[in-house]
Design a protein around this ligand. Structure first.
Ligand code: ATP
Ligand code: MG
Length: 557
């Protein structure tokens, strides 16, 4: 607000200058004493310059603030969005919206809004002063300019459309790049560089064309207005000259009028230039606003994150009652699934690939919602809980054992709140030893401070899997979910992992998805899935004649 007020003051200061000039000329012609006025004029120039600099800085600061707030809100929106909503966007495109589009909006604010505002003040002030000087001349000017403006407005709509297209293409480019970087090994292994480059070039060209079209239209705007205003100026000069010659007008008035008229030229050209930038900024703002449709799965703000308020050692139960769920609303990934698990102990979910095992975990984590049926944890329907609170009861080791770029220590302590971060290095190392990484950690030159690489890819698949397990062992929760925790492990390490899981299951409910005999044999109860349906459930003795189970165990041992 202060910035805008300052701009206003700057405009007023600038506007008094021609008036002083007029007084000056009048005085020269009448009296010849002008020293004081010259000083006043010089003073006004200096004050005007200082105010200009200050107001420009303050307005830039406002635009930076807006850009920061937009980026923060996009970040928050992405973090609280349900997975299903996120999957409707390509991640690269979201990145572009958060970076490139917010930059466009910032530019709009720092350039065009400032211009629009000062033009409004200059314009109105100038018009009033010109009105007091000569009404006829003003009328001539205004008519000429309005005609030109009407033509320009049609161009502005085109700029907006072109910019939206260009920014969309930038998003596409970012998404394509992200796709390539995420699978760079596959791209190279299949010699697909040329194909990928063609794709990239297509979106780059699209952005270029959109940008160029907006630039072409934008380039038309200022000269058109300048031509109109300068034309008007010439007419004023002509008419004014005649009137001065006839003695109907003072020469001082004409000079002041012409000065004000030139004051109008630049801001007016600027005004329409600013309107063009405004269209571009609005296009960016639209793309940012579109991320609102991500929605939020949170029912309360995620800042208020306290210690979890569940009882770690109370017995725990998980129940699925006639649960049906689908990813694409066409094919059911699981169909009318019913089972009941009671902790503490190990519950194994077995079944062929694609049977819907990971889907059970996605449902438990509220990564997706069932189309029908109920899921109860400790007797309460999980859909009645805030996903944020609910997930803190669960510790997940996902199928592809994801780690985050950073050090081993950061990964082991990931997501812990300050009060839980007290784990000393001995506990971290102990968890690694239990997961079969004792040798590994003792040989690392930087120990726990070694970096794991993007998505943990500086580690082998089996190492990654065991770090993920160690992270779970360090995380206190009543329920643990393991999706194929030993799929990349050799027999010896698998034995260690099975042992760690058995220890964990003494006090907690551990749900393990596995094809491995060692883990299946440790299970207190088993759910056999086949084609999205339950093909049997209960203790292993009761299921010994189940084909799927027998095949699962044979296939692995
Ligand atoms: N994100 C997804 N979008 C669409 N369909 C999916 C998605 N994830 C899984 N599916 C489909 O849902 C079905 C069940 O998948 P799920 O991942 O639960 O199988 P799974 O039993 O864990 O298999 P695997 O042993 O290979 O991990 C499969 O037919 C799969 O193609
Ligand atoms: Mg799976």
């Amino acid at each position: 607000m202060f910035a805008l007020a300052l701009t206003a003051v700057g405009a007023v200061v600038a506007l008094t200058q021609p008036w002083l000039t007029k007084t000056l000329i009048d005085k020269v012609s009448n009296e010849g004493r002008i020293g004081g006025l010259i000083v006043a004029l010089a003073g006004l120039f200096v004050v005007g310059a200082v105010i200009d600099a200050l107001s420009q800085y303050l307005l830039e600061r406002v635009s930076e603030n807006v850009a920061r707030d937009l980026r923060k809100s996009i970040g928050k929106r992405i973090l609280s969005a349900p997975l299903k909503a996120l999957s409707r966007f390509r991640s690269g495109d979201l990145l572009a919206r958060a970076t490139s589009d917010t930059t466009v909006v910032r530019q709009m604010l720092s350039t065009s809004l400032v211009q629009l505002f000062s033009v409004a003040i200059y314009g109105v002030g100038t018009l009033i002063l010109m009105l007091s000087l000569d009404k006829t001349l003003l009328l001539v000017m205004v008519v000429t300019i309005v005609v030109a403006a009407l033509l320009v407005v049609t161009v502005l709509a085109g700029i907006r459309v072109a910019t939206e297209r260009a920014q969309g293409a930038v998003g596409q480019y970012a998404a394509d790049l992200e796709r390539i970087l995420g699978s760079i090994r596959t791209v190279k292994a299949f010699s697909a560089e040329e194909d990928e480059r063609t794709r990239l070039d297509a979106s780059t060209d699209e952005a270029y064309n959109g940008g160029l079209r907006a630039a072409r239209l934008g380039a038309l705007v200022s000269p058109a207005i300048e031509l109109a205003v300068n034309g008007a100026l010439l007419i004023v000069l002509l008419l004014g000259g005649i009137r001065v010659a006839k003695g109907e007008m003072d020469i001082g008035d004409l000079v002041a009028f012409l000065l004000y008229a030139t004051y109008l030229v630049m801001p007016l050209a600027g005004l329409f230039g600013a309107l063009a930038t405004l269209q571009q900024g609005l296009a960016g703002l639209q793309r940012i606003e579109d991320t609102k449709m991500l929605g939020s799965e949170r029912r309360r703000d995620y800042e208020d994150r306290g210690a979890a308020n569940y009882n770690l050692h109370a017995p725990t139960s998980i129940e699925f009652k006639g649960v049906t769920a689908s990813y694409d609303d066409e094919r059911n990934a699981i169909d009318n699934v019913t089972f009941s698990l009671q902790g503490p102990g190990i519950a194994a979910i077995v079944g062929p690939s694609g049977a819907g095992k990971s889907t059970i975990i996605n449902l438990l984590e509220q990564f997706m919602t069932p189309s029908s049926g109920r899921i109860l944890v400790n007797g309460a329907s999980i859909l009645d809980l805030d996903p944020f609170d609910h997930r803190r009861m669960l510790t997940l080791v996902d199928q592809d054992s994801p780690l985050l770029d950073g050090t081993l220590r950061e990964n082991l302590l990931y997501g812990r709140i300050a009060s839980e971060l007290a784990a000393g290095d001995e506990r971290l190392v102990e968890a690694l030893v239990q997961s079969g990484l004792g040798q590994f950690i003792s040989e690392l030159p930087n120990g726990l401070d070694s970096r794991v690489g993007e998505r943990g890819h500086a580690l082998s698949g089996g190492e990654r899997q065991r770090v993920a397990l160690a992270r779970a062992l360090l995380t206190p929760s009543p329920i643990y979910l393991f999706d194929e925790p030993s799929s990349s492990l050799d027999v010896e390490n698998e034995r260690l992992v099975a042992e760690a899981i058995r220890r964990l299951a003494k006090a907690h409910l551990v749900l393990v998805i596995t094809h491995r005999a060692a883990l299946i044999q440790s299970a207190d109860s088993i759910v056999v899935l086949e084609g999205g349906k339950v093909a049997g459930s209960g203790p292993i003795e009761q299921l010994s004649d189940n084909d799927t189970l027998v095949r699962a165990m044979k296939g692995a041992s």
